[in-house]
Structure formats: C-alpha cells, structure tokens
Design a binder for this molecule. Structure first.
Ligand code: SF4
Length: 266
C-alpha cells in the first residue's frame, strides 16, 4: 500500500497524557503504516482527514529541533498515536533524530512492533533511564494478515527483545490486545520471559477498535466476540486471565482492562 506522507511543523513535543505509567507522550508521527485493524488510535482520522487509518502518516519534521530546548522531568511514553519504528522511519530517521536531540536524563518508555528499533541501540545507551518494549500477541498466518498486516512478525519482535536485553537495555513485553481464544498468554510468557525485565498486559479495547474490527471479530470468531462483549462473560474472562497472569510469577507493571469497566490492575 502506498502511504500518503504529510509533512507538518509542530509547536511542542511533549503532551500530557493519562496513559498508565507515563505523564507525557511524544508523537513525532501521527498515523501508522502498520494499519492494525483493531488500532484504538484510528479515532485520529476524525481530525486528520487523509483517508483510511494506515494509509497516511503525518510527519512532524521539526520535533528533533524542539526537544533540544524542551524537556520534562516526568516519564515520557513514545508513542501513543503511531509506531515510532513504522516503515517510513527507516528512511526519514525522525525517531532517531528526536532521540539524539533529547535530554538524556528524560525518563523514557518506547513501545513498538518493529525490530527496526535495534538500529538505535547506540542512542538508547546514552539515556540514564530508558525502557524499550515490543508488543507481542502471537498473531500469525491468515489471522495476522487480516488484523496486523504490515508489522514485523512476532518472532522478529521476540528476537528484538532478546537482542536489546543482550545489549544491556531494559526491556518489556506488552501483551496486547488480549482477545479470548486468539491470544495464548502462557505461551507468550514462556517465549519472552528470558528477555524482558517486566510485562504490561492490555485487554482488547472493543469500543475503540471500531465498527470494522467488531464486524470482523463477530463474523470470524463469534465465540471470542461473545465472550468479550457480554458484560457477565467479559467479567469472568478478565478475572480468569488476571489470575493466570498472577500465577505466572512474573514482574507485571500493569494490566489494562477496558470492559466491562476501564481499570488498571497491578
Ligand atoms: S502499531 Fe500500534 S499505532 Fe500502529 S496501527 Fe498498530 S496498534 Fe495502531
């Protein structure tokens, strides 16, 4: 798919956020070529009318310059409405330039689905307090093609975690989106636990995933849809998964639940 690139100039780099675990976010890109069908960030299309989510990327060209003169003491999350290592980053190197310019005392948490992140290990090493996460969920084959078409495979992401760990970078696995029958949490923990310092978990945000994803889930995985959209069943499912996570004896920073009620568990 051809990506529409829109270059803009930003006024500020850091935006306050309610995202668990951070006080600010930095989005040097808006929009994401990974085009995950369930992406909660597609609400950005309401303001950025460039077409379907995944087909365009807004590039804030001057963010590297801005962060030279702006810094924040609280924790910063990169990024909330884009993947900092989506394909366009390979050529533009905007994320890299932002990291190079950023105050190295910034407390930074980066999350991606791409092994392109390995390119920047040398810059990560300059930061005093940095953690790097890879989203893993085990989607592969036809399932991955349908709901996560353009991101690197889960194998590559796990290899990236391993390489980061071997290079002395603090790492975490972000297990998301948890969908009944489609995500095997026990298996994902087994595959990642030697390469991560801690975990975050997130249940599917069915409401924010949008009409198209809900229709896809209902038509292809009716049982999963039923389990996650019915209040009583969803409550039971969340409880079972949370108990399984607790039994796994791993370091968990947080478990984000969106339904039946939004909550953060530890
Ligand atoms: S990688 Fe993240 S931001 Fe990008 S489309 Fe997928 S869920 Fe959305």
């Amino acid at each position: 798919m051809r990506t529409k690139i829109i270059k803009v100039r930003a006024r500020k780099a850091f935006t306050p956020t309610k995202i668990p675990g951070a006080a600010y976010v930095i989005n040097q890109y808006i929009g994401c070529q990974h085009a995950c069908l369930y992406c909660y960030a597609k609400f950005m299309c309401r303001w950025y009318k460039y077409g379907k989510w995944g087909s365009w990327v807004v590039v804030k060209e001057n963010v590297a310059k801005i962060v030279k003169n702006q810094s924040v003491k609280e924790k910063v999350y990169m990024s909330s409405v884009s993947d900092p290592y989506q394909a366009v980053e390979k050529e533009l190197k905007l994320t890299r330039r932002v990291l190079e310019s950023m105050n190295k005392k910034t407390r930074l948490s980066i999350l991606t689905k791409s092994n392109l992140i390995l390119r920047d290990i040398d810059v990560f090493r300059e930061f005093k307090d940095i953690e790097v996460g890879l989203t893993v969920n085990g989607f592969d084959g036809k399932l991955k093609k349908e709901i996560e078409p353009f991101s690197p495979s889960n194998e590559r992401r796990i290899e990236a975690l391993k390489a980061l760990k071997e290079n002395g970078i603090k790492t975490y696995a972000f297990i998301s989106p948890i969908i009944p029958n489609l995500v095997d949490i026990g298996e994902l923990i087994k595959e990642t636990k030697d390469f991560v310092n801690f975990y975050w978990f997130e249940f599917l945000n069915l409401k924010a995933s949008g009409k198209e994803f809900r229709k896809w889930l209902r038509e292809n995985y009716a049982e999963s849809y039923d389990l996650i959209s019915d209040k009583t069943k969803a409550e039971k499912y969340v409880k079972e998964v949370v108990n399984a996570i607790k039994r796994a004896k791993i370091f968990v920073k947080g478990i984000c639940v969106h339904y039946p009620k939004p909550m953060m568990m530890k």
